[in-house]
Design a protein. Structure first.
Length: 288
């Protein structure tokens, strides 16, 4: 079936029992829904099954309500938790950033060119530096300065803005602040962070200079969900580049930033395309 229409996306997880794939594909066939793409995984460690399906409805009168009514009874037999995403839905994403602009620039470019099917209604920063970039894109920019004394008030204002703009996903695009446990708890599962992969070996200031002094041969980046474990939430995407003896700290920084922006883009894309399932401390990612 050839179609240029954006697909509906069905995702589900349930305990590992016989018939999990069949209950989904049989329903899709009986409902005359054409499957464009399907991925499934059964995790023998957690004893849990995961599935993602992109499909085109065969019935012109197809609605979420009719799907739910028809599929709910079948899903209940498997204790299946499922979601259905509409083709036209664009997730509302808030970007938090400090002074580094490489990840923000990349996300805005991909948003502007349609590579990311999202809306960005707000950018929040603890510095004023990147306000002109936000204004050029016509996006409200909220500068919320922070200190140790004002951290609770600043984070409360962020939470208020996320609710005000009806945000569905928060992206920390090199937001150089350690979030409080309360803030991490609030963002658990719906915020993505990016950092260099030199951790935990090279902590603190000037990590690339530390790595260069030790003669590292690769730099990388990790994108993960935010939780109470600092920089240790469930990983969504990672990337690496090799480096050599003829490259200096500034070269490592440049390569590292390239990896960071691509890795963050992939993580955001996987999330908004419903390709990521949180599975305990790990993730199941149906990348394409």
């Amino acid at each position: 079936m050839n179609s240029k229409s954006k697909p509906w996306i069905f995702t589900a997880s349930c305990p590992s029992i016989v018939g999990t794939v069949d209950v989904v594909t049989r329903y899709m066939a009986n409902a005359k829904n054409y499957i464009d793409e399907i991925h499934s995984f059964d995790d023998r460690e957690s004893q849990r099954f995961f599935i993602r399906v992109e499909f085109q409805p065969g019935d012109s009168d197809f609605t979420e309500a009719t799907f739910a009514a028809d599929f709910a009874e079948r899903a209940a037999e498997f204790s299946m938790e499922w979601q259905l995403a509409r083709p036209e839905h664009r997730q509302r994403v808030a970007i938090l950033v400090s002074k580094y602009d490489h990840c923000l620039n990349d996300l805005l470019y991909r948003y502007r060119t349609g590579q990311l099917n999202i809306e960005i209604p707000v950018i929040i920063s603890n510095h004023p530096d990147l306000k002109p970039l936000a204004e050029w894109h016509g996006i409200p920019y909220h500068h919320l300065p922070i200190s140790n004394e004002t951290k609770p008030e600043q984070e409360a204002e962020i939470v208020k803005l996320l609710a005000e703009y009806d945000i569905e996903l928060v992206v920390l695009a090199r937001y150089m602040q350690v979030l409080s446990p309360k803030m991490c708890e609030h963002l658990d599962g719906w915020a993505i962070n990016i950092h260099h992969s030199l951790l935990p070996g090279f902590k603190g200031a000037r990590p690339y200079h530390q790595a260069w002094e030790k003669g590292v041969k690769m730099v990388g980046a990790t994108a993960h969900y935010v939780n109470n474990d600092l920089d240790e939430g469930p990983i969504i995407a990672q990337g690496i580049q090799t480096v050599g003896h003829a490259q200096y700290p500034e070269d490592l920084i440049s390569k590292g930033q390239d990896v960071e922006r691509v890795t963050l883009f992939n993580a955001v894309r996987y999330h908004i395309e419903k390709r990521v399932f949180i599975n305990g401390h790990r993730t199941v990612v149906f990348s394409n």
